[in-house]
Design a binder for this molecule. Structure first.
Ligand SMILES: [Fe+2]
Ligand SMILES: [Fe+2]
Length: 479
């Protein structure tokens, strides 16, 4: 199964991730406690108020502590909060829905709803954790509710807990990485059906009662309903929190997505180049265990900044180069502008940062050799290399490093006269070592082994389908 997009700025490792989900669960407890407080006050059962208030205060302190920890230790708080907020909302909705639907009929409760929503938005491991905490919460709240009403029914609560826990776990792992909505629905309905049959069997065997038709209807409605609710809510959550799900990544790479359509129409050469980079990047990402959907989307958008001055880039020039006659430093300024303009355009079109950050990272801080060399010729070698370098950021993720390598490889292979596997291999080794020496991978955790795999993957993906591209004296493609 493909890996889905990970939290990049939350604490790493199982403990860190579990801590985050646990703390996200506390938001649900607060909401449920407040609701319960209101409910109890309404019904004049003041005796039960104090424990809930104390509980809510303790949870609030833990939650604020976590919030402070994130603020103090992570700079990109806003990035955290999108996925963090989505998990919170999914869990809170599930808890609230379960508590209130339980009041109508105990068989109506959608105990796996959080698992369905989170797996469709983040990934299976987060859905697994969210599901556990939500079901513990629901069990805790139901038991307290029953105790207050002097109507304890451990059997009903525990069977519901078991159903939510096992069903939600199956959802978390079976649906993780599922990009086709129809498969999501079919698998979800199958899990729901198994869940209905399991509850029916358990209640019939140990519950000393036969379910009425009405109860069976509630059970089926509640269980199947949560699949439909999760699918219906997915685009709402994605848009509300600007999340990068695999489903949304596929939509971003639609040739009719607004920015891609513009690229196709206004900079057709760049569009073709981006498709070629995407084909390399996708297989490279799979080869080193990164998300291929994200790699493809990043490749599609990496050069959108060229839309500002499409004719200044070789791949879009039918005949004349409008940069002919310009000073090398002016040309360098125009060329490197496509990175920051790309970021600006992506922000304008509300492209998530996981994709748009690539625009300013895919050239890192490398020199633009063609203009650097020209300037050296004009000034007898006395030039400030900074003036002829990209002013972006070096790659901070493995995906960004993949795009940097696939982008330069695609362009350089095009520029080769008679590319064969041996020559391409030699070229790629040079490209990689040049970038290592220029410290372009210092800010990301890509390993030498990953770089080796990427090199071999590009060679095997290369099929000789590239058109010729003008070759510059230094071997670069003049991008
Ligand atoms: Fe570029
Ligand atoms: Fe490019």
């Amino acid at each position: 199964m493909d890996k889905t997009v990970k939290f990049e700025h939350l604490p790493k490792g199982t403990v860190g991730r579990s801590l985050c989900v646990f703390l996200a669960a506390t938001a649900s407890i607060i909401i449920a406690s407040v609701l319960k407080f209101v409910f109890i006050v309404k019904t004049d059962e003041a005796i039960g108020v104090l424990p809930y208030v104390l509980f809510a205060i303790v949870i609030l302190i833990i939650y604020l502590g976590h919030y402070l920890y994130v603020v103090c230790s992570r700079h990109s708080l806003v990035k955290n909060l999108r996925a963090f907020g989505a998990i919170n909302l999914a869990m809170a909705m599930t808890v609230i829905l379960n508590i209130y639907l339980e009041g109508i009929n105990s068989f109506l409760m959608p105990a796996m709803l959080a698992s369905f929503i989170v797996v469709s938005l983040v990934d299976g491991r987060d859905a697994f954790s969210a599901n556990i905490f939500v079901n513990i919460l629901i069990m805790f709240i139901l038991l307290t509710q029953m105790r207050l009403a002097n109507n304890l029914n451990y059997y009903a609560v525990v069977s519901k807990f078991a159903q939510g826990l096992t069903g939600g776990t199956v959802v978390a792992y079976w649906l993780s990485g599922e990009t086709k909505r129809i498969n999501f629905v079919l698998k979800g309905l199958l899990i729901a059906l198994m869940s209905v049959l399991a509850v029916f069997a358990v209640v019939s065997a140990f519950g000393e009662k036969i379910l009425t038709l009405k109860e069976i209807g509630f059970l089926a409605g509640g269980t199947f309903g949560q699949v439909i609710v999760a699918v219906a809510l997915q685009p709402v959550f994605e848009s509300m929190f600007n999340l990068v799900t695999n489903t949304r990544l596929v939509e971003f790479t639609d040739h009719n997505a607004p920015l891609i359509k513009r690229l196709k129409e206004e900079a057709p050469g760049t569009f073709i180049h981006s498709l070629a980079v995407a084909n390399f990047a996708e297989v490279c990402a799979s080869a080193i265990g990164e998300n291929p959907y994200l790699a493809r989307a990043c490749a599609y958008y990496h050069d959108v900044g060229k839309l500002v001055n499409p004719l200044h880039f070789k791949e879009n020039q039918p005949d004349d180069n409008p940069r002919d006659g310009l000073l090398p430093e002016v040309s360098a300024e125009i060329i490197r502008g496509h990175t920051t303009e790309g970021k600006r355009l992506c922000d304008e079109y509300r492209i998530p940062h996981e994709i748009s950050d690539i625009t300013v990272q895919h050239h890192g801080t490398l020199p633009i050799y063609v203009f650097l060399n020209k300037a050296k010729q004009l000034t007898d070698g006395e030039v400030d290399i900074e003036e002829y370098s990209y002013h972006g950021h070096t790659p901070v993720t493995k995906i960004a490093a993949i795009i940097m390598l696939c982008d330069s490889s695609e362009a350089a292979i095009r520029a080769m006269d008679n590319p064969d596997a041996e020559r391409v291999d030699k070229l790629l080794r040079k490209l990689i070592s040049d970038r290592i020496n220029a410290r372009q991978f210092d800010d990301c955790d890509i390993t030498l082994r990953d770089l080796d795999i990427i090199r071999m993957t590009i060679i095997s993906a290369y099929g000789g389908q590239f058109h010729k591209r003008l070759k510059y004296p230094d071997g670069s493609s003049g991008k």
